[in-house]
Design a protein around this ligand. Structure first.
Ligand code: URA
Length: 481
C-alpha cells in the first residue's frame, strides 16, 4: 500500500502533485491511500512519498473534474482524497466518466460536492456576528462550526457583503479575518475565543419571535432549512423550542376562538362622517386639553375604525420630540405610542444612542390607526397625504405646546407631517433642516423599516445607520443647549 501524507486537511495542491506521481508509477487506486494530519496510517501501511512525476508528464483532466475535486476536498469524510484518486485513475480510461451520473464513484463525489456547497450556503445564512469595541473602533466576531471545511471558500462572500466592517469568523478549522483591506486566514479557534452575545442579539431575537407564525409552523421544513447542528450558535435558536411547543396551543386557540363580534368601531364605520367644519377649532392650550380634544377629532375618516386617538407621551417641554407615522395595532389598543414591535426596536436603538426615551416627547404624525381588516387581524395601511395634512393641525398644536429644540422624524409620513412636504428619507436622513420657527428637524428611517428587511446582514447595517442618526440627534441637542 502506498500511503501519502498531505500537509493539511484541504491540501488539494499536494494531492494533485502526489496523485500525478502515483499515476505515473502506475499505482492502482486500491494500493494508494491519502492521509491528512488527523487521519492515521494503518499498521502495515508504508508512508512514503512517491517519486515525483516527470515534469513532461502531461495529465489532462476535464475542467469539471478539477471543480469537483476542489469541492470534494473540503468534505469531512476521511476517504475523500482516495475517492478523487480513483476518479482520476478511471478518467484516464474514460474521459467522459463524469457524464455517467449513475456510476457509484461519480455519484458519490457529486453528493459530497453537494454537501460542501450546502455547508457553504448554510454558513452564509447562519453566521451571526457579535459586536465588540466602541463605536468607531468596533469589530464583529462570529463563531461558526461549518459542516464541512468551507471557511476559505465562503469568506469572500462576507468580504463582499461587509466590506466596510472589520470582522473575524472563528471556526474549529481556522479563522478568516477582514481588516477592511485584506482577507487573511489563521489557525483554528475555539468557541471561548468568541464573545457570547451583544445588544444586537436581543434586537434580533425580538424580531424573530415577533415574526414567528404558529399557524405556519412546519417543523420538518424548519429543521431542514435550519439544521440542529447550527442551533448552538444561533441566538434565535434558543427561542425555537418554546415557540414550537406553544405553537400547537396558540394555533388551536386561534382556530377555536369565536368569530370576533361586530365591533363598535366597525359599526361606526357605517355612520356618516362628520365633516371637518364641525371639528374642534379651538387650539388647545395645554397637553391634557389636546389629549382630550383629539379623541373627538373628525378632521378625517380615520377615527371611525380606530379604538381611540393616540396622543403623544413624555415630559412637557421635552427638548426632543420623536415623531412616528401613526399608532399600530398595539398602540391603538393601549392608547400609547410605540409600545409594539417597532417601539421595541426604537427603544433599543435610543438606548444605544444614549438617548433617554423617557426624556423625549414621543408622538405620531397621524393620531388614529389606519388599517384594513384581514381575517381577525388588522393590517396597517399607510395614511394618505390628505390624512396627514388633516392631522397636522394636532401635530402643530402639540409642537407649539412642547416646544422641542429638536424633532426626529421616523419615516416619510412623519417627515411629511412635520415639514409639510414630501422628502426622500434615504437621501435626506441624518441631516438637520430648520422649520420656519427655527426648530431643528432631523429625518431618519422608521424602525419598522428595519423589521421588514428580510436579510439579516442588511438589517444589522441599517440598524447601525439608524443608531448613527440618533447619535447625530444627541449631538445636535447637546449643541443647542
Ligand atoms: N409605528 C409608529 O409610527 N408609531 C407608533 O406609535 C407605533 C408604530
Amino acid at each position: 500500500m502506498r500511503t501519502v501524507r498531505l500537509e493539511s486537511e484541504t491540501d488539494l495542491d499536494g494531492w494533485r502533485t502526489h496523485a500525478r506521481a502515483l499515476l505515473f508509477e502506475g499505482v492502482q487506486p486500491a494500493h494508494a491511500a491519502f492521509r491528512t494530519g488527523t487521519t492515521t496510517a494503518g499498521l502495515f501501511e508504508e508512508v512514503a512519498p512517491p517519486s515525483p512525476a516527470p515534469a513532461s508528464l502531461a495529465l489532462t483532466v476535464p475542467r469539471a473534474f478539477m471543480d469537483l475535486a476542489a469541492a470534494v476536498a473540503l468534505h469531512r469524510s476521511e476517504d475523500r482524497f482516495d475517492l478523487l484518486y480513483r476518479l482520476l485513475w478511471r478518467l484516464q480510461q474514460d474521459r467522459h466518466l463524469l457524464n455517467i451520473v449513475s456510476d457509484r464513484d461519480v455519484a458519490d463525489a457529486m453528493e459530497r460536492a453537494k454537501n460542501v456547497s450546502r455547508a457553504s450556503h448554510k454558513m452564509k445564512a447562519f453566521v451571526r456576528f457579535r459586536r465588540i469595541g466602541d463605536a468607531g473602533d468596533e469589530r464583529w466576531i462570529a463563531w461558526f462550526e461549518p459542516a464541512h471545511r468551507v471557511l476559505e471558500r465562503t469568506a469572500p462572500f462576507f468580504q463582499r457583503r461587509f466590506t466596510t466592517m472589520r470582522w473575524t469568523i472563528l471556526t474549529p478549522d481556522g479563522t478568516a479575518d477582514w481588516d477592511g483591506k485584506h482577507l487573511t486566514f489563521g489557525p483554528p479557534a475555539t468557541k471561548d475565543q468568541a464573545p457570547e452575545g451583544d445588544d444586537v442579539e436581543e434586537f434580533w431575537k425580538t424580531y424573530y419571535a415577533s415574526t414567528f407564525n404558529p399557524a405556519r409552523l412546519k417543523t420538518k421544513m424548519m429543521q431542514s432549512e435550519m439544521p440542529r447542528r447550527y442551533w448552538a450558535n444561533l441566538p434565535e435558536a434558543a427561542l425555537i423550542p418554546e415557540l414550537v411547543a406553544r405553537a400547537a396551543v396558540r394555533e388551536e386557540a386561534m382556530v377555536r376562538a369565536p368569530a370576533t363580534p361586530t365591533n363598535a368601531r366597525l359599526s361606526r364605520a357605517t355612520a356618516p362622517v362628520v365633516e371637518r367644519a364641525t371639528t374642534n377649532e379651538v387650539v388647545p392650550t395645554s397637553l391634557p386639553a389636546l389629549a382630550a380634544g383629539v379623541q373627538g377629532c373628525r378632521r378625517c375618516p380615520l377615527w371611525r375604525d380606530a379604538t381611540q386617538a393616540v396622543c403623544g407621551r413624555g415630559p412637557t417641554q421635552a427638548p426632543l420630540m420623536i415623531v412616528g407615522e401613526q399608532p399600530g395595532d398595539q398602540e391603538d389598543l393601549a392608547g400609547e405610542p410605540f409600545v409594539g414591535p417597532a417601539g421595541q426596536v426604537l427603544d433599543a436603538a435610543l438606548a444605544e444612542a444614549d438617548l433617554d426615551r423617557n426624556a423625549a416627547w414621543i408622538t405620531n404624525a397621524v393620531k388614529h390607526f389606519k388599517h384594513e381588516p384581514r381575517g381577525k387581524r388588522r393590517l396597517h395601511k399607510t395614511p394618505d397625504a390628505g390624512e396627514v395634512q388633516a392631522c397636522r393641525w394636532w401635530l402643530d398644536a402639540e409642537r407649539a405646546l412642547v416646544k422641542p429644540r429638536l424633532i426626529v422624524t421616523l419615516g416619510a409620513t412623519a417627515a411629511l407631517g412635520v415639514l409639510g412636504r414630501k422628502i426622500a428619507v434615504t437621501k435626506e436622513r441624518g441631516r438637520p433642516v430648520r422649520l420656519d420657527d427655527g426648530t431643528a428637524v432631523l429625518p431618519t428611517v422608521h424602525p419598522s423599516y428595519l423589521l421588514r428587511l428580510p436579510d439579516a446582514e442588511m438589517r444589522e447595517a441599517e440598524r447601525a445607520r439608524f443608531i448613527a442618526d440618533l447619535k447625530a440627534a444627541k449631538a445636535l441637542l447637546a449643541d443647542a443647549e
